[in-house]
Design a binder for this molecule. Structure first.
Ligand code: AMP
Length: 414
């Protein structure tokens, strides 16, 4: 759940139109949302977090008299109709949620194809305050191909466009980019806006000390982020599997820990870069090791990794070291777990760090990436994080300093 601990963010604007700038009343609004939720085998939504996260934008549109058309992808049907990836159960859940919130559940329709005659007729008949959810966009290969004709067909359903799906903003698809060429105005939804404001402020005008915590499996996934953050942060704290490529590059014994051999030179360069820029680059000083990734494995804490063991979590001294930086930070961004947190004996470093981040109530804390978000929930501290990003890949690309095509495509603010 995207939570906001500090109610008011210094508004700097995102440079793009917001849904609040659109004339919604009586107009047909095509809203791209992220309803890519897990479904149960027997049907039904397993976790409706993503639906609830975009509800404020949906409610805002409905309250302002929009005729609302919602579109999303679900899973990876690869351009083919796949009933197991149908959005129909999502329509059911949306009905329930809108009923509780607005007493408007009965006003949610479902079109069995996102384009074509039925969708057009249903969109045409929508009345003010009514909603139509379209079937999975990715049942058509043209969606991911950003096909022009398909984009035009989607655009044909509405007058204005709103994108509230931050999680797909790094993809140039028909429903995130192509469609915007054929509609009068394209604006960010409230969730999208919130994401861009928090991440934008952290990247452009962070309060210092600015501390970034990076973890997860591979250095190769995070090189761009490390490089970009290096010019902005006061300290980089590196944990998780990626730490061991750096430790090996420094000449340390890492046993059987995860190492990307082809990234050792790069790791040396990055370490050198941090030194010359005066950025603190902290690596684990102790480790939880085991012979295998298994809940029953014998896990021990060591400062030197034995040759036959893998380092699978940061140890308590590292937690202390990292926590000291986190405690004095004014801005914290965190992406990637500190260990194999899914497996209990290796979950403690990540959880303890999550508590330290949550305890620093004076800092703006931003957590992104599916695993890190799960870890923060598992630690029970999600409500004390300033902003939990809904987009793993998108937030990483944003932190790399890349422009997100789905954001670029929105109409510039006047
Ligand atoms: P990422 O998707 O890159 O954020 O990586 C997340 C994955 O990294 C999780 O599945 C973790 O289990 C894994 N991971 C974290 N620390 C380690 C480690 N020390 N060794 C192996 N895998 C790890």
């Amino acid at each position: 759940m995207s939570t906001t601990r500090q109610p008011v963010l210094h508004r700097e604007g995102i440079g793009k139109l917001s849904i609040r700038d659109l004339p919604l009343n009586g107009h047909r609004i095509f809203m791209r949302v992220d309803f890519n939720v897990p479904l149960a085998e027997e049907g039904g939504v397993l976790d409706d977090t993503r639906i609830r996260e975009t509800l404020p934008t949906i409610e805002y549109a409905l309250r302002h008299g929009a005729r609302l058309i919602l579109a999303s992808h679900l899973g990876r049907p690869k351009g083919k109709i796949n009933p197991r990836m149908s959005l129909r159960p999502v329509a059911e859940r949306l009905r329930m949620l809108l009923d509780t919130q607005l007493g408007r559940g009965e006003n949610v329709g479902f079109a069995t194809d996102c384009v074509g005659i039925q969708a057009e007729e249903m969109a045409g008949k929508l009345e003010k305050g009514q909603t139509l959810l379209l079937e999975n966009l990715r049942f058509h290969p043209e969606e991911e191909a950003n096909d022009e004709k398909f984009s035009r067909q989607l655009a044909h359903l509405a007058d204005f466009y709103v994108n509230d799906a931050f999680g797909t903003a790094h993809r140039a698809h028909a429903s995130t980019v192509g469609i915007t060429k054929f509609l009068q105005k394209s604006a960010a939804g409230l969730l999208m806006e919130k994401e861009l404001e928090y991440l934008g402020k952290a990247m452009q005008h962070p309060e210092h000390p600015f501390v970034a915590i990076l973890g997860g499996a591979k250095v190769s996934d995070k090189i761009g982020v490390i490089r970009n953050l290096m010019n902005k942060v006061d300290a980089l704290l590196i944990g998780g599997g990626m730490a061991y490529t750096f430790l090996k590059a420094q000449g340390q014994q890492v046993g059987k820990s995860l190492v990307e051999a082809d990234k050792l030179d790069l790791a040396r360069q990055i370490l050198q870069d941090a030194k010359s820029k005066g950025v603190k680059f902290l690596l684990p000083v102790d480790h939880v090791v085991a012979q295998k990734i298994d809940p029953t494995a014998l896990a021990r804490t060591v400062t030197e990794i034995p040759a036959d063991q893998m380092a699978l979590d940061i140890g308590p001294q590292t937690v202390e070291l990292f926590s000291a930086e986190v405690a004095r930070a004014r801005t914290i961004v965190w992406n990637g777990p500190m260990g194999v947190f899914e497996v209990e004996p290796f979950s403690h470093g990540t959880k303890r760090l999550a508590h330290t981040v949550a305890e620093n109530s004076g800092a703006t804390s931003i957590v992104g990436g599916g695993d890190t978000v799960s870890a923060v929930h598992a630690a029970g501290v999600a409500d004390r994080i300033t902003h939990i990003s809904t987009g793993g890949g998108a937030s990483l690309e944003f932190m790399e300093g890349k422009k997100l095509p789905g954001v670029e495509a929105l109409t510039d603010a006047p």
